[in-house]
Design a protein around this ligand. Structure first.
Ligand SMILES: CCCCCCCC(=O)SCCNC(=O)CCNC(=O)[C@H](O)C(C)(C)COP(=O)(O)OP(=O)(O)OC[C@H]1O[C@@H](n2cnc3c(N)ncnc32)[C@H](O)[C@@H]1OP(=O)(O)O
Length: 221
């Protein structure tokens, strides 16, 4: 199996590899996954805590001013280390919540197989939509990110989401462990029809989705 991937996601051991076809479809550059250092996960989690606090505090003006100065100092420290897409560990490290990406939900994959995917995690305070429920857009993000992984693990070439239909069945709680499962249901040429469900630990479906993923043609971005 090649060590290079295009999307930054890789199937687990024993999974039929999509690498061969994956690397020769679409207009994606081939990235070599960047391994996170030992403290990178803690760094990303610290930033998530900062985001939680940013949306759940009411700060006096002098504290806001101090926070601006400190955050700017932190950004100035990081700025010289800016790299192009594919050169950062963010998003490439499946052993970390959200693969080490600050954009993605901080969930962990616990099953990545040809026949489907399962992941587990919580919605954070900074994912709040209203009345202690997860924002619907963050649920769409959770589903959409999983779809890319489903396609890859199932051995199909890299694909993009043509549509994603989300059904919000129940209010989705914050800071509560939940489970997500999804798979490719059927294939028609380049069209991969996928479904996924978000459940609480009692098995109640909170949201589900149906999506069309379309395998990219050579050169498609
Ligand atoms: C990190 C690596 C990526 C991982 C992806 C993770 C998921 C994502 O977030 S992707 C980001 C969101 N999605 C996008 O940005 C996609 C933007 N759209 C596109 O790029 C294009 O529309 C694309 C590639 C999906 C399809 O374009 P194209 O290759 O020209 O397909 P096209 O020939 O029009 O259609 C192919 C088939 O799909 C059907 N189809 C296309 N779009 C739709 C749609 N929205 N609904 C229903 N059917 C559709 C067509 O009718 C056609 O069917 P048939 O073959 O039976 O006639």
């Amino acid at each position: 199996m090649s060590e290079s991937v295009q999307s930054g996601v890789r199937p687990g051991n024993g999974v039929r590899s999509g690498d061969d076809v994956h690397e020769h479809h679409g207009g994606f550059p081939v990235f070599t996954p960047v391994q996170a250092g030992p403290n990178y996960g803690e760094f990303v989690e610290s930033l998530r805590r900062l985001q939680d606090l940013a949306v759940s505090t009411h700060l006096p003006d002098d504290v806001v001013d101090d926070a601006i100065a400190r955050v700017n100092a932190l950004s100035d420290m990081l700025e010289p280390h800016r790299v192009s897409e594919g050169k950062s560990p963010a998003g490439f490290n499946r052993q970390l919540p959200g693969r080490g990406s600050l954009l993605l939900l901080p969930w962990l994959f616990e099953k990545v197989e040809v026949d489907g995917i399962r992941s587990r995690g919580v919605f954070r305070l900074f994912h709040r939509g209203g009345n202690s429920a997860a924002h619907g857009g963050t649920i769409g993000l959770l589903f959409d990110d999983m779809l890319g992984m489903i396609v890859y693990a199932s051995g199909h070439p890299i694909a993009r989401t043509a549509y994603l239909h989300v059904n919000y069945r129940q209010v989705t709680p914050l800071e509560t462990e939940l489970v997500l499962e999804g798979r490719v249901d059927r294939v028609e040429g380049r069209k991969l029809f996928c479904t996924a469900e978000l459940r609480d630990l009692d098995g109640t479906v909170l949201a589900d989705c149906e999506a069309l993923m379309i395998e990219l043609l050579p050169g498609q971005p």
